[in-house]
Design a protein around this ligand. Sequence first.
Ligand SMILES: [Zn+2]
Length: 80
Amino acid sequence: MNASQHEKWMKLALVEAERAFDMEEVPVGAVVVKGNHILGKGHNQCEMLRDPTAHAEVIAITRSRAPCAPAPSSIRGLSR
Ligand SMILES: [Zn+2]
């Protein structure tokens, strides 16, 4: 990722942070990027959701459309 691409994604993270600020949340935003695509984005929502884990990065990862890698077979076997 070159510097101008990085700056573009960081500006989008700042837009997310501004959304948090406007909602009287701690002003943090995050974007999850792969290559030239946004997979997910989010801003802090701890106050609104009354959830101390509702951090920007957690929401961005949760909203990410990236498929999860399958669990290793040694772990899958535990769920039977
Ligand atoms: Zn956090």
